[in-house]
Design a protein around this ligand. Structure first.
Ligand code: GLV
Length: 308
């Protein structure tokens, strides 16, 4: 019985190597090994296509390589197979670092100063006041809260929006679709830290993004599918939004001729805001398999109904 790594489009070798270290002798295979399907007990994957899982009749657990496991929730996922996600204690902190870095690059005009430096130009601009740097974090799970907390000591007012009401000390919170317009109207810096669900797919579109204050900046570390990318582009091109930092995209990687690579107001990064270590991913996958074998509950299982 064995663990199969199907991490495409992520390279499988580092996951397989870490799993071999962690697995205590359980064989670890990649797709190239063409393993006998009946021997596969656990699959480690980032995304899944329909038609794959029914090939593995003895599958006990499906493990995500990431914190978000929505791309594994295919229609033919067997009822009895739990899907686990990675819970990395550093994830919230690393994502908060990314969001603070890209936000400050915008609010402190660092790109402008880099351009001036290239011209040896000594020219000072007023610092954007904190009242024009109100941060609004969509999604107040562990990651969203870590982002919100990271901004508080920087002096920027912080708001947060979630599906159901949440309290976060120091953060003005809003909940539900009814309160979304008010939340958006106060977000000079909008940060998306939402899970991808049927409700959040396409939630950031022309209608919602146009409710931000003019000149707002948008940071997406959630999922690309939450943004209608042509709508975002139109608002950037039309000058309504001042810029965006995008770490996630509808299609990853975006094709070379995609507008996001070359748009002057866009910072585009290859889904690197946080990266759980291969060892953490491997250890949690092996633990999930052991638990499945022992019939124990899976603390890292996603709620299939909720989608995260
Ligand atoms: C990254 O987006 C992850 O889900 O871990």
């Amino acid at each position: 019985m064995a663990i199969l790594v199907l991490s495409n489009p992520l390279p499988s070798a580092p996951f397989a190597a870490a799993l071999r270290q962690a697995s205590g002798g359980i064989p670890v295979w990649t797709e190239q090994d063409s393993p006998p399907p009946e021997a596969v007990e656990a699959i480690l994957a980032w995304r899944m296509r329909p038609g794959i899982l029914p090939q593995y009749p003895n599958l006990r657990v499906l493990c995500s390589t990431g914190a978000g496991a929505e791309k594994l929730l295919v229609d033919d996922l067997p009822e009895h197979v739990p899907v686990t996600r990675v819970v990395d204690p550093m994830q919230g902190v690393e994502i908060a670092q990314y969001v603070v870095a890209t936000t400050l690059q915008f609010t402190r005009d660092l790109k402008l100063y880099a351009e001036q430096q290239a011209r040896a130009e000594w020219k000072r601009h007023p610092v954007r006041t904190a009242v024009r740097c109100r941060v609004g974090v969509m999604g107040l799970g562990a990651v969203g809260q870590a982002i919100a907390r990271a901004f508080l000591p920087l002096g920027y007012p912080v708001g947060g929006w979630s599906r159901t009401p949440r309290e976060v000390p120091g953060v003005a919170t809003f909940a539900g679709m009814d309160e979304l317009p008010e939340f958006l109207s106060q977000a000079d810096i909008l940060v998306c830290a939402l899970p991808l669900t049927d409700e959040t797919r396409g939630l950031l579109n022309h209608h919602t993004l146009a409710q931000l204050p003019r000149g707002a900046f948008f940071v997406n570390i959630g999922r690309g599918e939450q943004v209608v990318e042509p709508d975002l582009r139109a608002l950037l091109d039309g000058g309504y939004l001042a810029g965006a930092a995008l770490d996630v995209f509808e299609r990853e990687p975006p094709p070379p001729d995609n507008w996001v690579w070359s748009h002057p107001q866009v910072v585009a990064t290859p889904h690197i805001a946080a990266q759980a270590s291969f060892d953490t991913v491997a250890q949690q996958c092996v633990d999930a398999l052991r638990r499945a074998r022992d019939g124990l509950p899976q603390p890292l299982a996603v709620d299939r109904q909720r989608g995260y």
